[in-house]
Design a binder for this molecule. Structure first.
Ligand SMILES: [Mg+2]
Length: 238
């Protein structure tokens, strides 16, 4: 019998790091615009893709300044290195899927000696141009307007490669990918979203919990928030 192939997909901000660095940047540089934009996002008026486009208008044009800002706030969540070793010892590849500004993920992982543990990073980019930064979303769905990075598509692609996927996250927009995962580790807003949707999930606080509790739940969620194989966003499920 072939052993089950398992892969992890992890959110970055508020999951790997204790602080949501993208939100901290937007709050710091966007000030009241951050509050207005985030309130509209929470009301469901638009998704992360639009949020990123709006908030990137207020970022300083120098990526180095943003990187300094990020690295000063980058505290890795407890147990991360032990968890990475745990995954490596079991031959489980780790992927990061982030819908933040993205530029700081690889430098932070390298600074903390963790980059080699990560098989792939799916994230947005920021590029200087016209005196400001522009956010690029290379992993956006071809037609869905909601997320900058279609995390659900990454989960589905790994499943198509034969992996059972464990999703680890904290945020509201992680629900799109979690709905497709074979097991969900959720905290904070993702835990609330999973509870509301009736998804089975494992609540986690830090990465030691992911080592202690090794779950694999059949993906039998009837309810999906989106459908990447079709047009993406399902309007009734925002
Ligand atoms: Mg997050």
């Amino acid at each position: 019998m072939t052993a089950t192939k398992i892969a992890y997909v992890l959110d970055f901000d508020g999951t790997i790091t204790e602080t949501d660095i993208t939100s901290a940047m937007a709050r710091h540089f966007g000030k009241d615009h951050y509050l207005e934009c985030s309130a509209a996002y929470r009301r469901g008026e638009f998704g992360m893709k639009e949020w990123l486009a709006r908030m990137s208008l207020f970022l300083p044009p120098d990526p180095a300044e943003l990187l300094d800002f990020a690295e000063a706030r980058a505290t890795l969540r407890s147990g991360l290195k032990e968890f990475f070793e745990f995954a490596r010892s079991r031959g489980r590849p780790l992927y990061i899927a982030s819908d933040g500004f993205g530029l700081y993920i690889e430098p932070i992982l390298k600074r903390h000696g963790c980059r080699e543990h990560v098989a792939g990073i799916f994230c947005n980019r920021v590029l200087p141009g016209n005196g400001r930064l522009e956010t690029l979303t290379p992993y956006a769905h071809r037609s869905c307007p909601v997320c900058g990075n279609c995390k659900a598509a990454h989960v589905i692609e790994l499943q198509e490669e034969g992996y059972r996927v464990l999703y680890v996250g904290d945020g509201l927009n992680d629900r799109f990918a979690a709905a497709y995962a074979d097991g969900i580790f959720a905290r904070d807003h993702l835990a609330e979203a999973c509870t509301a949707a009736g998804f089975p999930f494992q609540r986690w606080d830090d990465f030691h919990d992911l080592i202690k509790t090794d779950i694999l739940i059949e993906n039998n969620h009837d309810h999906k928030f989106c459908d990447p194989a079709q047009k993406g966003f399902l309007r009734d499920n925002r």
